[in-house]
Structures are given as C-alpha cells and as structure tokens.
Design a protein around this ligand. Sequence first.
Ligand SMILES: CC(C)=CCC/C(C)=C/CC/C(C)=C/COP(=O)(O)O
Length: 292
Amino acid sequence: MPSPRRSVEGRPLGASASSSSSSPGSPAHGGGGRFEFQSLLSSRATCADLTCARLRASESPVHRRGSFPLAAAGPSQAPPPPLPEEDRMDLNPSFLGIALRSLLAIDLWLSKKLGVCAGESSSWGSVRPLMKLLEISGHGIPWLLGTLYCLSRSDSWAGREVLMNLLFALLLDLLLVALIKGLVRRRRPAHNQMDMFVTLSVDKYSFPSGHATRAVLVSRFILNHLVLAIPLRVLVVLWAFVLGLSRVMLGRHNVTDVAFGFFLGYMQYSIVDYCWLSPHNAPVLFVLWNQQ
Ligand SMILES: CC(C)=CCC/C(C)=C/CC/C(C)=C/COP(=O)(O)O
C-alpha cells in the first residue's frame, strides 16, 4: 500500500515503478515514472490543487483510489505534463534564502519599533518637528541651491574646483538613488506619513534612503576638502548618523534602507574622488563657468 506521507514530504520521485508500493497504476503515480504530487506542490497551485494535496496526505489509499480515476486508470494513460521549474515549491530553501528572509523580518520589526516619531501621537511624537528640521538639512534642494550659490560667489580657482565637484557629487547621488529606487520599488513603511518637503516621483519608494546617501557623501566630502577643527569634524559625522537614524524614527524608512544608503553614499564619494574634475581633465566646464 502506498504511504500517504510520501506525497507530503516530497520523497524521491524516482521510486521503482515495479515496487508494489507505487506501481504506475497506483494513485500516487502519474505514470511514466513521475509522481503526481510534484505538480500539486506548485506555489501557484489553485485552491482546488491544494485541497487535493491535503486529501492525498490524509485520505486512506482506498479513498484516494476513488478520488483519482485518471491516475487509477493504469499506465496506458498519458502522464501529466511536467510543471515548469519555477512553479515547483522549493522544499529545500537555501541557507541564503532563509538568512535573507530572517534579515527582512528583523528589519521590519526593528524599523517599526524605532519609528517612534512616525506620527504626532507616537511615543516620541513631540520631537517630530525637530526630526523634520533635520530632514530638511539633508534634502537635495538646499544642498543643490547652496552649492550653486557658493559657486557663483567663489572667486578662487581652488574653491570653484571643490564646489564643481560637490555639484557633480550631488547630481550623481540623485541619479543613482532614483535609479535604484525605480529598480527595487520597495514601498515605504506602512506607518510613514507622506508629508515630505518636495519629492520626486521615485520618492514614493524607500530603498535606498536618499537622505542617508547624501549625509555620508556630503560628510566625507566636507571632511576631505575643508579644514575643520576636531569638534566640528565630530559634529559632521554625528549629523550624518543622526540624520540616518531620524529617517527610521520618522517612519520614512526601514533600517536596511538607511544602512544601504550609508554604504552607497560612501561608495559615491569614492567615485567622485576617483573622477575628480579639474581644469586639467575637464577644462570646458571651468571655462564655461568662468564666462558666466
Ligand atoms: C535637479 C533635481 C532633479 C533636483 C531635485 C531635488 C529633489 C526634489 C530631491 C528629492 C530629495 C528627497 C526628498 C529624497 C528622498 O529622501 P529619502 O531619504 O526619503 O529617500
């Protein structure tokens, strides 16, 4: 008699066709050496399929014989067409898959816990205005306008060169973040209120955090190109970190959006540093600006 457990656990499909426990004509066998439960374990299985799968697992062989007249009809029946690979349930998920799912679950749980300023009525709702002020300090518009203004006022070649590269860095950041947001399309957390100061259409997505990328990019830029006293340098690093944290506290982002944003901002500065624009490698830019 075929054991009902076979169809649940996904045991070897190639069981001997001559075996008395699963002959081609038996209910668990689709003929042609292929068991039927393969197709019933489809992740896209219809409700009816799943019901059948459960029945196969729990019903007695006698009942099953009655339930599947086609399978019982014998080996002369045509075997069911094999399902495409992607339609089969993965009964042996990889370690990486489990790790990613666990990370995602922790991410969502932690982000919800840290979203203490997500609304006025949240536990830290009273500091929400302060967090929103911090949000504006890392917004793209003040940084772009500020850089353009300083560029227009700069009267030294060295100053212009640094500002030109800051402008390039800010534009590269906007482009890369918009590109990744558009590709990944991760929704912002459910507890977020969409009341942000000027946004682009891709800003309905949350991965990665544009404020986090900009915070790290600009901080690295400042630390490498401005001569600052130690306390000010510490303040710059703190600003970047608190700005990132505030994104989660405001409920705008999950922790992984900000963590990846920090990483991306760090890499972006490395790109800018590598492609540093100067009057030697980009003379046109500097001459054009001078003529303004
Ligand atoms: C030149 C140009 C396209 C300027 C657009 C500046 C702009 C509206 C940037 C959006 C900044 C923003 C709201 C980013 C979203 O940050 P998340 O931290 O919420 O991802």
